[in-house]
Design a protein around this ligand. Structure first.
Ligand code: FE2
Length: 269
């Protein structure tokens, strides 16, 4: 694993995840682990606690994805994200916590996105700049199709974050399929599969799994009250949708995103 400084030994949970599922890294592409930037951890100590929870959940590599634009417009700047990322990397190293962090953002949809991405003010997700986490408003429906297409022209695949948690998308299979046909990947939140966000989000998450539109599962963890739930989601998916499907959406596709490769929906087995 590439990290700044000497390689640290993996935790038992990390080692077990890599060995049991035969992957080089266990990547979480969506996590609010940086302090003081959004509704994630308030302090560096809280960030470190969340990172320890990720390590205990088997994650080796996390994309630090604070909210950008929307109500954080002008506050969560790319420079601040990079500064906090460097600080957290140093703190992890000092505390011997074996977690690799990559820059990213959970970006609220905005008509300025193509320009802000091109200028570097809005951050793409992961080391290669080939993906962008796109969040829709929670109440007001906005069609992401033009944004998906414009960013695709810039060589960037949109990863649409947690559509199962948007009530106005409940039952919207046709829209999701149109967005994936335009090149977007669908990411659902691990906790949604487990009922952490209520019965409707759980029902929608499993409906999207069954429909074959889901590419990625991520923690979207924020703090102790919204912890990473990837191990439990991985087990639930392996039981209900097959081990191959669980490996693809929880491990293989996140690793593909880390490597800069496009991902697409996956059918349960
Ligand atoms: Fe998020």
């Amino acid at each position: 694993m590439t990290r700044s400084g000497p390689r640290l030994p993996l935790s038992p949970a990390q080692a077990a995840r890599l060995e049991q599922w035969n992957v080089q890294r266990a990547v979480d592409v969506h996590c609010h682990c940086l302090p003081g930037l959004d509704d994630g951890p308030k302090t560096l100590d809280e960030s470190l606690a969340l990172c320890e929870a990720l390590v205990a959940d088997g994650v080796t590599t996390v994309f630090a994805t604070p909210h950008q634009l929307g109500r954080y417009d002008g506050f969560t700047t790319a420079a601040r994200v990079r500064h906090e990322l460097t600080q957290l990397q140093q703190a992890l190293h000092s505390a011997d916590i074996p977690l690799e962090i990559c820059p990213g953002a959970d970006v609220r949809i905005d008509e300025r996105l193509p320009r802000l991405v091109a200028s570097g003010e809005v951050l793409t997700a992961g080391p290669h700049g080939k993906h962008l986490l796109l969040e829709l408003p929670h109440r007001l429906p906005v069609d992401p199709l033009p944004t998906i297409s414009l960013l695709a022209e810039q060589g960037i695949q949109v990863i649409l974050t947690h559509p199962e948690r948007h009530r106005y998308l409940a039952g919207a299979r046709g829209r999701l399929e149109a967005w994936t046909a335009a090149g977007a990947a669908i990411q659902i939140t691990a906790g949604s599969l487990l009922g952490d966000f209520g019965a409707l989000a759980r029902q929608e998450a499993w409906r999207m799994v069954d429909a074959g539109v889901v590419s990625l599962i991520a923690s979207d963890a924020h703090d102790a009250s919204r912890p990473p739930r990837l191990s439990a989601a991985l087990d639930a998916l392996a039981r209900a949708a097959g081990r191959t499907f669980a490996r693809t959406v929880c491990l293989e596709n996140p690793l593909n995103v880390y490597s800069g490769a496009s991902v697409s929906g996956c059918q349960p087995t």
